[in-house]
Design a protein around this ligand. Structure first.
Ligand code: NAD
Ligand code: DAU
Length: 352
């Protein structure tokens, strides 16, 4: 049977692993190649369910390695690219911006060049889909939402590197007519998220009765989306999105960090059979993140109206599912918590 060859980059990471699993299971006629460098954030355990599927192949490699990327495109003749590989954690970008510049900017350009070269004689049916973030739009005050036309105003090395990659993707569309689409999504949560990020970090600390570090006063607001809802949006945009367009994706689900952590503590008190209010005693306010963006919130009416996408889960239900997953996968968590992560944690939190 004819197969469509699709490259997914960063497929061993948090969101990428959900996208790879969705595509491998839903599209048996596609050949899915997952390219991942397996940095600290990449974990093949996330893909155990599908690792032997006949339509799936894993390739270990670095998107910064230009000749390697070129050869990969020649070998597989990809017809579609879904580009998720990135350095993704804001705090790490503050501590050490350079990796973010290499992977997020240079790596993206390498993929764009390879796609342009391999598709130059036949552009029909090809698509370069770049996965981006709402952080490129900067920070909101108490009112308003990010729309697709909001001017870019990135304020951390992470968001500046993602903004730069978005600009390059649009430039390749405009200048070289490369068929591209971009989505900018809000904060994801769910299974497989590396425990450096707020929700899994808090779940792990509550479980182990360790303090929960809240930056500043905990008043910063994020718009949370369950990761499977993001994966479904990516599926929809890959198949139905209009070339050259940008779609914002968000949960319409804003929470101050401190409110979110109180909800999480209440869920975990119940799950762990603790007294009501016990876990909340672990909340500890620590020095704020440098340049901490106050509020992100997405207007996702374009993808809802034009492509018919909408988030499926209420936050309470999604949080419960997430807590259940982490409590049920302690081996996954323990494997990550040793070694490098301990060093990162000490460096990040004990100097605060
Ligand atoms: P993640 O950090 O969990 O995973 C990133 C993956 O990319 C890892 O598997 C890692 O090994 C791989 N990778 C890193 N550098 C690489 C390189 N040089 N070559 C090849 N592979 C490399 O990230 P995530 O949270 O799953 O985010 C995925 C994408 O979605 C990113 O582009 C991010 O900017 C974007 N995004 C994330 C969120 C979120 O809330 N997590 C929200 C919106 C957009
Ligand atoms: O908005 C989309 C972005 O969401 C993605 O592009 C990023 O890849 C992803 O990491 C995420 O960025 P945030 O910085 O919003 O996520 P993080 O989980 O790091 O932090 C969420 C909020 O919680 C933020 O206001 C900072 C705060 N925080 C975070 C940590 C790790 C704390 O208060 N304490 C912490 O220990």
């Amino acid at each position: 049977m004819a197969k469509k060859s699709i490259l997914i980059t960063g497929g061993a990471g948090f969101i990428g692993s959900h996208v790879v699993k969705l595509f491998v299971n839903k599209y048996p006629d596609y050949k899915i190649v997952n390219l991942d460098k397996l940095t600290y954030a990449g974990n093949l355990e996330n893909l155990k369910d599908i690792e032997n599927a006949p339509n799936y192949e894993f390739v270990k490699g670095d998107i910064v390695d230009d000749p390697f990327i070129f050869e990969l495109f020649k070998r597989y003749q990809f017809e579609g690219v879904i580009h998720l590989a990135a350095e993704s954690h804001v705090d790490r970008s503050i501590a050490n911006p350079n990796e973010f510049i290499k992977t997020n900017i240079v790596g993206t350009v390498n993929l764009l060049n390879a796609a342009r070269n391999i598709w130059k004689d036949n552009i029909e049916g090809k698509l370069f889909y770049h996965i981006s973030t709402d952080e490129v739009y900067g920070s909101l005050g108490d009112e308003g939402l990010f729309v697709e036309e909001t001017s870019y105003d990135p304020r951390s090395p992470y968001s500046a590197s993602k903004a730069s990659s978005d600009h390059l993707v649009r430039a390749y569309n405009h200048t070289f007519k490369l068929p591209v689409v971009i989505t900018n999504c809000s904060n994801n949560y769910g299974a497989n998220q590396f425990p450096e990020k707020l929700i899994p970090l808090a779940i792990n600390n509550i479980k182990n009765k360790k303090s929960i570090p809240i930056y500043g006063k905990g008043e910063n607001v994020r718009d949370w989306l369950f990761v499977d809802d993001h994966a479904n949006a990516i599926d929809l945009v890959f198949h139905k999105g209009n070339i050259g367009e940008t779609y914002n994706i968000g949960g319409n689900n804003e929470w101050q960090n401190i409110q979110l952590i109180h909800s999480l503590c209440a869920i975990m008190d119940k799950k762990l059979g603790r007294e009501e209010g016990e876990s909340a005693q672990l909340i500890t306010f620590v020095k704020d993140r440098a340049g901490h963006d106050l509020r992100y919130a997405i207007d996702s009416s374009k993808i809802q109206n034009e492509l018919g996408w909408k988030p499926s889960l209420q936050f309470e239900e999604g949080l419960e599912k997430t807590v259940d997953w982490y409590l049920g996968n302690s081996v996954w968590l323990d494997n990550i918590l040793s070694g490098d992560y301990e060093n990162y944690y000490d460096e990040q939190y004990h100097k605060r």
